[in-house]
Design a protein around this ligand. Structure first.
Ligand code: GAP
Length: 504
């Protein structure tokens, strides 16, 4: 059974070294997390699985790694300067600041119902209530007070300001000159690095439509209320594809990517049955979107929340950058062919005329993927002897440690040297991390490796080195299976092949 609560996951992540609070020794920094020894392995494995499936296993994809800090003009013409904001509201009594929709969602049902009624909206349409509050800020402030909206910090009814938009982009100065123009933004989505490199990739690879560009990287959002562990953070990582298609074929490709992405999640141990597909209502669509499917995974404690968005961005971004390029005089106007003033175009595969392609964008959060994968793998079992164990039943390709090699006696050179040799040999197979584990007794080592999801533990004992009672066991080791707990004696000479077959 998957994790029942977020607390279970948070506790495991901290205890076993998956995830720590950022800047913890100075009291922590809200919305920032550090990935520990096992977290970095799991995260890398998730990213590698995504890259393998979306880049290596397709013939219509290129990869990219663009810079994080971007020219302010990119984010101006992408629409982020004007629209990438969330509504915030302050309590004048204690100067606490909240994201309007989060604040409302956290109220008791009768308070939400009162607010909805006052704003003339159905309580069942939360998005419409929030939209009405944003559209009428003065009334929103009054209604929050009369309906009794409480401050989650003080527990008292707040003296609420009018909501106003808060732009979530992190701005930073660039270079030693601090004039008004010397600033850039930390990208709020990796996507813009793909759009701005569209022409570079097309020119250097001779790609024709349809094709995609994939990128994994950090993005930054100054969230008003970061919360729920790594679910909503200020420094996040995204796995994004911009898939460029001939206009008119976009809806078909949108369905293609929806299917592909659901299948990928399933391959990572996140079943379809746990993901609801939300066809995002028109009024909630991002400024660039023609249509978006949000994949809503059923997170423990939180319920269904977005793990990935699959958007049809139409020709919004390339079109907008093209337009601004030409307005800024960065692209020379070619009189004889008005179409070619557009820089970010590609020849139409049939007519050969320049066309601004449409874009389908599957965009998944790495941090949210970690939470989902951990949640699905988390299992509490009662064993035959009545004891309880926690085991992470991760798919082997995601497991942070593939094999732990354990010498039964850590002070016996004849045993440790064989264990070290086996570790070296298994490590060289390129399956991922193999750990030489001599930190405690065997029972504790098994418990620890169950909790971090190590598929196999290999134990070297006295029999292995001919100091035991059974001569038939010389040059063999015990291999313990994480899920079945079955223990098998395997010849050292056949071990690499045995492990390889099981893990692949
Ligand atoms: N380029 C499109 C885009 O950025 P989005 O829906 O804003 O779309 C895509 O973000 C994904 O990034 C989300 O589905 C989620 O998994 C992840 N994400 C967004 N904001 C996040 C945050 N503050 N913390 C963690 N993950 C986040």
């Amino acid at each position: 059974m998957p994790a029942q609560s977020m607390e279970e996951l948070v506790s495991l992540c901290k205890r076993r070294g998956f995830i720590f609070q950022g800047s913890e020794i100075y009291g922590g920094l809200q919305g920032f997390y550090d990935y520990g020894p096992l977290g970095v392995e799991l995260k890398n494995n998730i990213k590698a699985a995504w890259w393998r499936s979306n880049v290596y296993e397709r013939d219509d994809m290129e990869g990219l790694d663009a810079s994080i800090i971007m020219h302010r003009m990119v984010l101006r013409h992408s629409g982020h300067e004007a629209t990438f904001s969330d509504p915030m509201i302050d309590n004048k009594k204690n100067n606490k600041r909240y994201r309007l929709d989060h604040l409302l969602k956290d109220q008791k049902a009768d308070v939400i119902a009162k607010v909805a009624a006052e704003m003339g909206e159905s309580v069942d349409n939360f998005a419409a209530v929030v939209a009405a509050l944003n559209a009428q800020p003065a009334k929103a402030s009054e209604v929050f007070k009369t309906a009794g909206v409480r401050d989650p910090f003080s527990g008292e009814v707040g003296d609420w300001t009018e909501p106003k938009p808060f732009n979530m982009m992190f701005k930073t100065t660039i270079g030693p000159v601090a004039d008004d123009e010397s600033y850039g933004y930390l990208r709020p989505e990796t996507a813009q690095g793909i759009f701005t490199n569209f022409k570079n990739v097309v020119d250097s690879t001779s790609r024709r439509l349809p094709f995609g560009i994939a990128q994994i990287g950090k993005a930054f959002r100054n969230e008003i209320t970061p919360r729920n562990f790594i679910f909503r953070v200020r420094e996040l990582e995204q796995m994004e594809i911009e898939f460029f298609v001939v206009p008119g074929t976009d809806e078909e490709w949108h369905e293609h990517w929806l299917e592909k992405r659901l299948k990928w999640w399933e391959d990572q141990g996140v079943p379809r049955g746990k993901i609801e597909i939300l066809d995002v209502p028109k009024e909630d669509l991002a400024h660039y979107s023609k249509r978006t499917y949000d994949l809503m995974y059923d997170y423990p404690t939180l319920g269904h929340e977005e793990i990935e968005g699959i958007a049809n961005r139409s020709d919004y971004d390339l079109g907008s950058h093209t337009k601004s390029q030409s307005e800024l005089g960065l692209v020379a106007k070619v009189e004889e062919n008005a179409d070619s003033i557009a820089k970010l175009t590609i020849p139409h595969p049939e007519t050969n005329k320049p066309v601004v392609p449409f874009v389908i964008e599957p965009s998944a959060g790495v941090d949210r993927a970690m939470l989902a994968v951990l949640s699905e793998a988390f299992t509490k079992e009662t064993l035959e002897n009545g004891s309880e164990r926690i085991v992470l039943k991760l798919k082997p390709h995601l497991a942070p440690i593939k094999v732990a090699v354990i010498p039964l006696a850590r002070n016996k050179e004849e045993i440790t040297s064989v264990a070290k040799q086996i570790k070296g040999e298994l490590q060289s197979l390129g399956l991922g991390r193999v750990l030489y584990e001599d930190s405690g007794n065997i029972g504790k080592a098994y418990r620890r490796h169950d909790e971090v999801g190590t598929p196999y533990c290999v134990t070297v004992d006295f029999d292995t080195v001919g100091k035991g009672e059974d001569p038939a066991l010389v040059d063999t080791v015990t291999v313990r299976d994480r899920d079945t707990l079955a223990q098998e004696r395997v010849k050292i000479s056949e071990l690499a092949q045995w492990i390889q077959a099981k893990l692949r």
